[in-house]
Design a protein around this ligand. Structure first.
Ligand code: GLN
Length: 259
């Protein structure tokens, strides 16, 4: 492109590249970039890079969450985790497999006095999450699930939330290119049946939750009975919550007291 393309040109380019929301995407790119940077941004979008990774932010629970290349883009459906976690008015929250830290950040915004901890195994995600979570007073740790957390949180956590990877390995190939080619496999791949991380998170959660504490894991509607079965097998009082509006499904487990 010799000169920067006009709004209508950009909309047309994005539409023919298959962007469903070409007009609003064009407006956001025009708002965020000028000149050759705008041309580059349009070219990256045409190439399948998620819009949010190009803009550097995603809207989540009404907030702008920083998103970087190679980091899982927060989905609207994951707002259900935030809504469900907030109703329990927790004092201490852990956002496990936090990616950009969207859930932790939204909870820190919504709940006064909450102590927010977030962790992820991927150093790229951890760096991005720190940009989101630290300014709202939370802490981010790098490591494999509970190994990342400070020991003194054991037995004290009111809510553990997780949007852990739950895509069955064989289904990754049929995800849209935005996910398949631009989000890390470690954020998507949940093993053969997609539930490896759900098993690992649920089996260790009772040791970290306070009595009566809650474990909340996003899953798909199709996998929800299996995720709920995993919770139940670890002694949780278990429920499945769905939102048609958000197209989201969350399994809720309450840690029964040890009696
Ligand atoms: N299919 C899911 C989504 O796009 C994948 C999320 C995940 O594995 N955490 O929302």
């Amino acid at each position: 492109m010799a000169d920067s393309a006009s709004d209508a040109d950009i909309t047309r380019i994005l539409r023919s590249a298959g962007c469903v929301f070409a007009e609003s995407e064009a407006a956001l790119l025009i708002d965020g970039f000028t000149g050759s940077d705008l041309d580059d941004a349009v070219a990256r979008r045409v190439d399948g890079t998620p819009l949010e990774q190009i803009l550097g932010w995603a809207e989540f629970c009404g907030l702008r969450i920083f998103v970087e290349p190679g980091v899982f883009v927060p989905r609207r459906r994951t707002e259900l985790l935030v809504h469900r976690a907030a109703v329990t008015s927790p004092r201490i929250v852990v956002d496990m497999c936090c990616g950009s830290g969207a859930v932790a950040t939204a909870l820190a915004h919504r709940l006064t006095g909450v102590q927010v901890h977030a962790s992820d195994i991927d150093p790229v995600a951890v760096r991005c999450a720190r940009r989101n979570v630290e300014p709202v007073g939370g802490r981010v740790y790098e490591g494999d699930l509970y190994e990342a957390l400070p020991e003194d949180l054991r037995g004290t956590v009111d809510v553990i939330v997780a949007n852990a990877p739950y895509v069955p390995t064989d289904a990754i190939g049929s995800m849209p290119s935005e996910a398949r080619d631009h989000e890390p496999a470690v954020a998507l791949d949940g093993g053969v049946d997609g539930l490896d991380l759900h098993r690992r998170i649920a089996s260790n959660a009772p040791g970290w939750l306070a009595p009566g504490g809650t474990l909340l894991i996003e899953t798909s509607r199709r996998q929800s009975e299996d995720t709920a079965g995993i919770f139940a097998s670890h002694g949780f009082d278990t429920d499945i919550v769905c939102s048609d509006d958000l197209d989201g499904t969350v399994v809720v487990g309450i840690r029964m007291s040890d009696g």
